[in-house]
Design a protein around this ligand. Structure first.
Ligand code: PLP
Length: 385
């Protein structure tokens, strides 16, 4: 087995895809420290700069002091505290849903909830956007279901697959992200709602990148386009902390408590995590100015990149891809930017489709227009290798 493990790592290295962990420290002003250097940070998902916000850190510390370091058991045993219930009530109010449920992480939520839902009917068919996150793929792989992927944001393709495979199943589920993590574009939730109703399908929406950033009060795109049956999102990106939420009906919550292995067999989220969630819910609805600034930075970045001839795909959000094509170009541009004090992630297959390797520029409200000018200037100085 160990020989196979070594060979497997060697194969990854031969493709120039071997990754290593590098300690970094986020700063509050759109910067981060890594390898003893200060870098302009276009790579983390801390879109509102809340990861270093004193209110979140203080409340997390306060909850830990008052309620301890751990929850002690899973939710169904003794792990449910009054703080879990109060945070869940606040999430439901924020999202405009009947109920909510907190889970350990977004990855765990998707990987656990999708198989649990699929079990409800003898034969479930799942229709998912081709560009959904790895955790949704994990959930689909783990589900006893007939799984189909429709072309990214292509409603005609979804309709075609539903017509072809939907009726043969006892139940149908459509899965999308509201903002796509690598392209920074949006799903048309109104159209997906209509398609779901038409085909008697359940609509499942992942708001990991929209929560805190988009929609009324930053409650995500489902806040403006209600109707999805189950919405999940995270507190690990714009919300500055850690953990996931599910916003749904009482019926759905009851079902997950009884059927979702990722919830039933995992220790309940600890007090500190709930404290940070509670503090984020205090301040995020009031951050319209930061959201507007983030939107303006995105406009500035896209406009200039397109002026230089770069494709930014369908991005309309704080995530702006700069497509360069071959993997080696993405790596070279990433290094060029790093040499100029800018951390921006090269993203390559299998994370994105072949031939669309890119630099993923993630904006943060703590960045200034001059910081975006700085990265644009550095990109302008880059010559194809
Ligand atoms: C980051 C992400 C997740 C996972 O969330 P974590 O809380 O970080 O585990 C799920 N879905 C999407 C679309 C994501 O980008």
């Amino acid at each position: 087995m160990l020989d196979h493990i070594r060979q497997s790592l060697d194969r990854i290295a031969a493709k120039d895809r071997r990754r290593v962990l590098r300690p970094a420290q986020l700063a509050g002003d759109g910067r981060m420290m890594r390898d003893g250097r200060e870098l302009l940070d276009f790579s983390s998902n801390d879109y509102l700069g809340l990861a270093r916000h004193p209110l979140l850190a203080e409340r997390a510390a306060d909850y830990a002091r008052r309620y301890g370091a751990g929850a002690g058991a899973s939710r169904l045993i003794t792990g449910t505290s009054a703080e879990h219930e109060s945070v869940e009530a606040r999430i439901a109010a924020f999202k405009g849903s009947e109920a909510a449920l907190v889970m350990a992480s977004g990855w765990q939520a998707n990987a656990g909830i999708i198989p649990a839902l699929a079990k409800a009917a003898p034969k479930t068919a799942i229709f998912a956007d081709a560009l959904v996150h790895n955790s949704i793929h994990a959930g689909c792989r783990g589900a006893k279901a007939d799984v189909h992927f429709y072309r990214h944001n292509d409603h005609a393709d979804l309709e075609r697959l539903l017509a072809e495979h939907g009726a043969a199943a006892d139940a149908r589920m459509i899965i999308t992200e509201s903002v796509f993590s690598m392209d920074g574009d949006r799903a048309d939730l109104a159209a997906l709602n209509a398609t779901a109703r038409k085909h008697d399908a359940l609509l499942y929406v992942d708001e990991a990148h929209a929560t805190g950033v988009l929609g009324n009060d930053g409650a995500g795109l489902t806040a403006d386009n209600p109707g999805a049956d189950i919405v999940m999102g995270t507190f690990s990106k714009a919300m500055g902390g850690f953990g996931a939420y599910v916003a749904c009906s009482d019926l759905m919550r009851d079902y997950l408590i009884n059927m979702c292995a990722g919830l039933i067999f995992s220790t309940a989220p600890p007090p500190a995590m709930l404290g940070a969630m509670d503090a984020a819910l205090d301040i995020v609805p009031g951050m319209d100015a930061e959201r507007a600034h983030l939107g303006e930075l995105g406009e500035q970045l896209r406009e200039e990149l397109q002026g230089m001839g770069y494709d930014t795909l369908g991005s309309t959000t704080q995530i702006v891809p700069l497509v360069v094509g071959p993997e080696s170009h993405a790596l070279a541009l990433g290094q060029h930017l790093l040499d100029r004090g800018i951390a921006a992630l090269p993203i390559r297959p299998p994370t994105v489709p072949k031939g669309t390797s890119r630099i993923r520029l993630a904006l943060r409200s703590t960045l200034k227009a001059q910081d975006v000018d700085h990265v644009l200037k550095a990109i302008g100085e880059w010559k194809l290798p």
